[in-house]
Design a protein around this ligand. Structure first.
Ligand code: SAH
Ligand code: SF4
Length: 451
């Protein structure tokens, strides 16, 4: 078989067709290294988008594995990644090198407003500085190893290879205006390569932990999609009145990894993206999702950053939670809820509790009542986002519509506001981690190519 062509894979819900480079055109990419892209075709949508809270990357089944066997080199080793520096740090970095500190603002504007990818574009910098930057610095440098677009182009998922060969996933989710809420472009960002917490339903958790991502590697994921939208704004098909979106409106730390395990780099990245001198993404448009690291939740409550907090709860009793989430042995529900209560007192902000619905495991009316009782003391500060599980190799199944409705009705009886995860009929974005898992399995299975 021709080695740099395509792989086909069909799963129950999603059908992906890999296309030849010459005939496909499914958007932009970073353009470094070899990129295989393919189109994703799904069955028609049967469920509505119900939620505009608690967006998540974990959507529906996913499927194909484009394999690039061509070697590539990362040109950036040893260079300073400017995407990971705050404005003050960039200023200090320049001054240390005998350059004028005021250049920092100009460079920041090129990086985060103009979304420049090359120092040569920075036309208001002296040529000598541009050349020096090209030698000593870089502007992120991931290789896009694969890219999937849903048929209606509302979901785009990329597998990025970092400078040391680690693979991470990022997803762009595009939402047309719905009712009162305006159109959105949300990036689901990874914070680590792999994850140390081993939740049994999570594809990333089954990989184990590789390493933390740097702040620059976190920021770079957002800029990748920001550039894409800038050069090709998105408008929902079939909605003539809808305004094209040309910028990122939200980010959710719901990709691979546990953001609060990589606390400093994640906070640095959020501050960079929030900077009024740069990307200017409002903190209220950022959501940090955590498995429930109690000390880090308390620390976050003191940060004076208006980010949204989502807690992966997934069970209302310790016995059940410990079965699926090993972290519960260390931070049991009582301690977790106490930290949430303190977070609410310090910030006066609502907390979203994510609840992955696992059929026959945690989705019974009894568990719904227990969850209602557990969260009722938080009053309007608790919101539950129900997430029908994406099937992974672990064998969990999502409940049917009736069971989900019954579960939610019980929560409402307890006065708990709740939504169900936005399900997109043409969705390609399965649980983050699955694309990488399949990519790696496939790579292992491929015979070594010669010539
Ligand atoms: N580590 C963080 C953030 C990444 S996971 C956390 O656990 O919160 C983002 C969300 O996706 C979490 O709520 C997580 O429990 C959920 N998730 C993981 N695997 C899933 C799956 N197979 N189906 C649906 N949701 C999943
Ligand atoms: Fe890690 Fe979150 Fe997956 Fe649990 S759900 S294994 S914490 S990424």
């Amino acid at each position: 078989m021709c080695k740099d062509r395509w792989t086909f894979c069909f799963l129950a819900k999603a059908r992906l067709i890999l296309l030849d480079h010459a005939e496909q055109s499914v958007g932009k990419h970073t353009g470094i290294g070899s990129v295989l892209r393919y189109k994703h075709v799904t069955r028609p949508n049967t469920r509505r988008v119900l939620s505009n809270a608690g967006q998540t990357c974990y959507n529906s089944d996913m499927s194909a594995i484009p394999i690039s066997s061509q070697p590539h080199t990362h040109p950036t080793s040893g260079k300073t990644d400017l995407l990971g520096l705050s404005l003050a740090q960039l200023q200090a970095w320049l001054v240390e090198r005998g350059e004028a500190g005021f250049r920092a603002k100009q460079i920041y504007s090129w990086l985060f407003e103009h979304l420049a990818t090359d120092f040569a574009q920075m036309s208001n910098l002296p040529k000598a500085l541009r050349e020096r930057l090209a030698v000593e610095a870089c502007i992120g440098s991931p290789v896009v190893r694969s890219e999937q677009h849903s048929k209606d182009d509302r979901t785009r998922k990329i597998l990025l290879e970092l400078a040391d060969g680690k693979l991470i996933e990022s997803v762009l989710m595009l939402y047309p205006p719905l009712g009162e809420s305006s159109e959105r472009a949300t990036v689901c960002v990874s914070s680590q390569a792999g994850c140390a917490y081993g939740c049994t339903f999570c594809a990333t958790g089954q990989m184990g932990f590789d390493r933390h991502l740097s702040a620059g590697e976190i920021v770079m994921q957002v800029l990748h999609f920001a550039r894409e939208l800038r050069s090709e704004p998105w408008a929902a098909r079939g909605l003539p009145g809808s305004k094209p979106i040309d910028h990122i409106t939200n980010i959710v730390l719901m990709g691979m990894g546990e953001p609060l395990h990589n606390y400093d780099n994640v906070l640095q990245a959020l501050r960079i993206l929030n900077s009024p001198d740069g990307f200017r993404l409002g903190a209220r448009h950022m959501t940090v999702s955590t498995v429930g690291l109690v000390p880090a939740i308390r620390r976050l409550s003191q940060e004076q950053l208006q980010v949204n907090l989502a807690i992966s709860l997934h069970a209302p009793t310790d016995e059940l939670r410990s079965r699926t989430m090993p972290v519960n042995h260390k931070y049991p529900i009582k301690d977790l809820l106490a930290a949430c209560q303190d977070y609410i007192s310090a910030t006066r902000r609502q907390v979203t509790f994510e609840y992955v619905l696992l059929a026959g495991v945690n989705d019974t009316p009894e568990y719904a009542h227990l969850l209602g009782d557990l969260l009722a003391p938080l009053h309007q500060f608790a919101h539950v986002n129900c997430i029908p599980v994406n099937a992974t190799s672990a064998g969990y199944r999502p409940p049917g519509g009736d069971a989900i409705r019954a579960f939610r009705a019980i929560l409402s009886e307890h006065g708990i506001s709740n939504t169900v995860r936005a399900e997109r009929g043409d969705d390609i974005a399965a649980a983050c981690g699955q694309l990488r898992t399949r990519f790696e399995n496939r790579r292992k299975a491929l015979p070594v190519q010669t010539g």
